[in-house]
Design a protein around this ligand. Sequence first.
Ligand code: EPU
Length: 427
Amino acid sequence: MDTIHIHGGQRLSGRIPISGAKNAALTLLPCALLTDEELILGNLPRLADVDTFGHLLNQLGVTTSVAGARGNEFGRRMTLSAARITSTVAPYDIVRKMRASILVLGPLLARSGEATVSLPGGCAIGTRPVDLHLKALEALGAEIEMTAGYVKARAPDGGLTGGQISFPIVSVGATENALMAAVLAKGRSEIVNAAREPEIVDLCRLLVAMGASIEGIGTDHLVIEGRDRLHGARYDVMPDRIEAGSYACAAAITGGEIDLMGAKAAEMPAILHALRDAGVAVTEHDRGIRVAADGRLKPLTLSTAPHPAFPTDMQAQFMAMLCLGDGASLLTETIFENRYMHVPELVRMGADVEITGRSAVVRGVDQLVGAPVMATDLRASMSLVLAGLAARGETVVSRVYHLDRGYERLEEKLSAVGAAIERRSDG
Ligand code: EPU
């Protein structure tokens, strides 16, 4: 299995191209199921999860072809065609590898009138139920049955009908499934307390490009007029705000200066705000965002919450950075109940972090020390890479497959800005 070896202590400087957003790609891909015409998605990141989603769609009868980026360019273009859906079953084998597979439920149901999707089960960061996805589809007339670990959903004769969906808590995935179903339902649907993450805006824009009618895009109240059919479209995936934020932390933790090429400041207000509060200089320019740090970072008090507040997907990376802050920081995780799996590993590198319930007190130390480490999820793994970039000596990160799910060519991008980082294949 591959490992990533980092010799810490290099100041990073230069440009990092930001890839297409993983979490946008994973909700744009299932939109191919909504039309019998071609969907062409550009700027798709080269990530294990994108490949897995492609395989899932293939099993449902969607044909996919990929045009690779040339030379050193990043991003790929995929042409998807669901002229005929040949299966409405998303099997356990794929769903267990990638929870986002649940996002075929809404579009399959809307287009084919039925869908059977394995229940994803819990994962490293929490129990992550899908009850809100199911309630939303029921509000559109679906009948749902649970059998042998599968969700079986069926639309009434004549298809889904518009309905009122009111979420008790904000859910990115449930909002996405609700939207993808409502665009083909008969009549008007309303989604109240919708998630308004930039990835949801990206989804809405693609759906509109396919002929959908959606009002309130970017707000927590979406109104959808269902259409009889949607047509094909060409669309480019938005830049990955979490990848950009992660590399901003890399600049900050090494006292470096990085241009995040293609990143959009408007899509990451809370991340940039927190960086500035920590004493990092953040400047927007016409091709991206420059972040520059000099000296010790100031401690922060941060609480994760749905967009536009500070994202849970940046909590681990900020924690790594604040381990070297000038004082005590307080981080509170409100979205997932078990998203501190990186803490014991950071502590093994010399960090001083104490967890009480949903909060973590991070007392800044003078130095981190390299160690062999591993994490159980994507963002936690990235926090260990960040700590390794600043630590004295060598850090060896194992279970690299977590990183490969969400960071395109991580070691290539980091070595291009001066990091001593390499991937080794040990067999
Ligand atoms: N929730 C329920 N019931 C549901 C759905 C969600 O109780 O039916 C709860 C969850 O357990 C959680 C909260 O609602 O406590 C929010 O979860 P949400 O549904 O918003 O998360 P998600 O759609 O499963 C996406 C991202 C995550 C990101 C979260 C929060 C994708 C593929 N995944 O997950 O990304 O952390 O939104 O922003 O878009 C990552 O990229 O590392 C990652 C985990």
